[in-house]
Design a binder for this molecule. Structure first.
Ligand SMILES: Cc1cc2nc3c(=O)[nH]c(=O)nc-3n(C[C@H](O)[C@H](O)[C@H](O)COP(=O)(O)OP(=O)(O)OC[C@H]3O[C@@H](n4cnc5c(N)ncnc54)[C@H](O)[C@@H]3O)c2cc1C
Length: 450
C-alpha cells in the first residue's frame, strides 16, 4: 500500500497520534490539517495538536482514571504523552503542558517521520477510490463541509451540543499580595494561586455572576449543555452556596499566613512554561466578554486582571457511535471511512489520544490481515473504546471521559468490601496486568513487532 492511500484527516490530538502509530507500524499516510487555510472557532494557531482550552491533561496518579489511562497508553507505546511530558509545566499531581512547546514537540515528531506526509488542506469529502482508507479525526469542531459529507453517509445529522471554556489571565496583572500559593491538601507543590473570598465578597460575586449578561443559546440547544463542563454562572444559578461547594470549595486550602479557611476560594492554575499565564479553574463561562472583565474582576486580587483568553461557548460535534460505527470505528455502511478522537464520542484530550492510537492499530492490523482482539474489558481503553462506544442502551448517546465507573467490578472489589482508594488501586493493577497479557498475544505481538 503506498502513502497516498491512507489519509488521516485532522492534525489534532487524535490525528497526530494516529499518524505516528501508523508510521510505527510501517503504514505510510498523508496527514491533512486544514489550519491555517481554514480555522475553527476555538483554535488560535496553525500548530499541530493544539490544546484549545485547559492546558491540563489531568492527573498522573495511577489510582485515578486519568492516571490509569496514561499508564495504559504508556504500555501501548503512545507517542503524544511523551511529547506532553517534555513540555510539562508545574501542576501538582496533574500533567499540564505549555501549549506552544507541546505543539512544537508534536510537529517535530511528525516532521521526523518519513512515512507521514503532512498536507495543509481542508478535506471536504471522501473520494470514491476503493483502495483509499480514511481516519477522520477532525474533532468537535469539524469543518461544516466535512460535517455535511459525514452526515450524508451516516444518514443522520451529526449530533451537536455545547461546551464552555474558562478564561485565562496574565500573572503580572494580579495583585499577588491578596492571593496565596498552595495546592489542595498540600498535595504536590504549591503550584496554584488561590484567591480567598469571605462570605460577603462571595455573596456579592455570586449575585453579580447570575445577573450578568450571557451569550445567546437557542432554546433547542439549552438541554444539550454538557453537565461535566457546565458554565460557572449556570452552576451559580442553582443556589447561592452551590459554587462554594463546587469549583470554589475552600476545603484543604488554608491561608499559609493566617491558617484560616476562607468561605470560598478561586484557584488559578499555571498555563504556560514561563508561568506568566494562569487559568481560572472551573470557570467555563458563556458570559459576554465585557461582563467577564467586570464580574471576574470582583474576585479579590483580580481587580486589574488582564484577560489573555476569554471564556467562550463552542459547538461540539460527535457521532452516534453505537449506531453508526463498527468495532473498527468504521462507518457501518462504508468501511473505508473510520473515525478517531472526540468525534467518536470520547471526551477529553487523553481519551482522544487513546482513540487515535486504537483506530490506527486496527487499520494497520487489517491491512496486514491480522485479527486484532479488542482491548481487555478490565482496561480503561477497553471499557471506554470497546464498551462505552458500542453501548446503545441510552437513546441519546453523549460523550464521556474515562472513569472507573466503566470498569467491570469483580465481587472481591465490590463496593463496601474495601475502601474507595484501595478499590481503585486494585482495579488499576488488574487493568495493567490484563493489558500486558493483551500486548503479548500473538496478533498484537505480530502487529507491534519491529
Ligand atoms: C473549545 C473546546 C475546549 C475544550 N476543552 C477541553 C479541556 O479543557 N480538557 C479536555 O480534556 N478536553 C477539552 N475539550 C474536548 C477535547 O478533548 C478536545 O477537543 C480535543 O482536542 C479533541 O481531540 P481531537 O483530536 O478529537 O480533535 P482536535 O484536537 O480538535 O483536532 C481536530 C483537528 O482537525 C482539524 N480539522 C477539522 N476539520 C478538518 C477538515 N475538514 N480537514 C482537515 N482538518 C480538519 C482541526 O483544525 C483540528 O486541528 C475541548 C474541546 C473544545 C472544542
Amino acid at each position: 500500500m503506498n502513502g497516498s492511500q491512507v489519509h488521516v484527516v485532522g492534525g489534532g490530538l487524535a490525528g497526530c497520534e494516529a499518524a505516528l502509530q501508523l508510521a510505527r507500524l510501517g503504514v505510510p499516510c498523508t496527514l491533512h490539517e486544514m489550519r491555517p487555510v481554514r480555522s475553527t472557532p476555538a483554535h488560535r494557531t496553525a500548530g499541530l495538536a493544539e490544546v484549545v482550552c485547559s492546558n491540563s491533561l489531568k492527573s498522573t496518579e495511577p489510582a485515578t482514571a486519568s492516571g490509569l489511562l496514561k499508564a495504559e497508553l504508556d504500555l501501548a507505546g503512545c507517542r503524544l504523552l511523551g511529547a506532553a511530558r517534555g513540555a510539562a509545566v508545574p501542576a501538582g499531581a496533574a500533567l499540564a503542558v505549555d501549549r506552544e512547546l507541546f505543539s512544537a514537540a508534536v510537529a517535530a515528531l511528525i516532521a521526523a517521520e518519513p512515512l507521514v506526509t503532512l498536507v495543509r488542506d481542508e478535506v471536504v469529502d471522501f473520494a470514491d477510490d476503493p483502495a483509499a482508507r480514511w481516519i477522520v479525526a477532525t474533532g468537535p469542531l469539524t469543518s461544516p463541509d466535512l460535517n455535511a459529507a459525514i452526515a450524508r453517509r451516516t444518514g443522520r445529522e451529526g449530533l451537536h451540543f455545547f461546551d464552555a471554556v474558562a478564561p485565562s489571565v496574565s500573572l503580572e496583572s494580579l495583585d499577588c499580595d491578596r492571593l496565596f500559593r498552595a495546592a489542595r491538601y498540600d498535595k504536590g507543590e504549591a503550584d496554584y494561586w488561590n484567591a480567598p473570598l469571605d462570605r460577603e465578597e462571595y455573596r456579592a460575586f455570586c449575585a453579580a455572576l447570575v445577573a450578568a449578561e450571557r451569550t445567546e443559546v437557542h432554546d433547542f440547544e439549552k438541554s444539550l449543555l454538557f453537565d461535566g463542563c457546565q458554565p460557572v454562572e449556570e452552576i451559580a444559578d442553582t443556589g447561592p452556596e452551590t459554587l462554594a461547594h463546587g469549583p470554589l470549595r475552600p476545603v484543604g486550602l488554608r491561608h499559609p499566613r493566617t491558617g484560616e479557611r476562607a468561605h470560598a476560594v478561586v484557584q488559578l492554575r499555571q498555563e504556560n512554561e514561563a508561568g506568566t499565564i494562569f487559568g481560572l479553574v472551573g470557570f467555563q463561562t458563556r458570559l459576554k466578554q465585557g461582563e467577564q472583565r467586570r464580574v471576574f474582576r470582583m474576585i479579590p486580587g483580580l481587580e486589574r486582571a488582564e484577560f489573555v483568553r476569554y471564556g467562550q461557548l463552542h459547538r461540539n460535534l460527535y457521532l452516534d457511535a453505537p449506531r453508526v460505527l463498527d468495532a473498527r470505528f468504521a462507518l457501518r455502511d462504508d468501511a473505508r471511512i473510520r473515525f478517531a478522537g472526540q468525534i467518536t464520542g470520547v471526551e477529553g484530550y487523553v481519551e482522544s489520544i487513546a482513540s487515535g492510537l486504537t483506530t490506527a492499530w486496527r487499520l494497520a492490523a487489517e491491512l496486514r490481515a491480522l485479527d486484532l482482539p479488542d482491548w481487555p474489558d478490565r482496561t480503561l481503553l477497553g471499557a471506554l473504546l470497546d464498551g462505552f462506544l458500542r453501548d446503545g442502551t441510552s437513546r441519546r448517546f453523549s460523550p464521556m471521559n474515562a472513569n472507573f465507573g466503566l470498569l467491570p467490578v469483580a465481587p472481591d472489589v465490590a463496593r463496601g468490601r474495601r475502601g474507595r482508594q484501595q478499590r481503585k488501586e486494585i482495579l488499576a493493577e488488574r487493568s495493567l496486568a490484563a493489558l500486558r497479557a493483551h500486548l503479548a498475544e500473538p496478533a498484537t505481538a505480530a502487529l507491534l513487532a519491529p
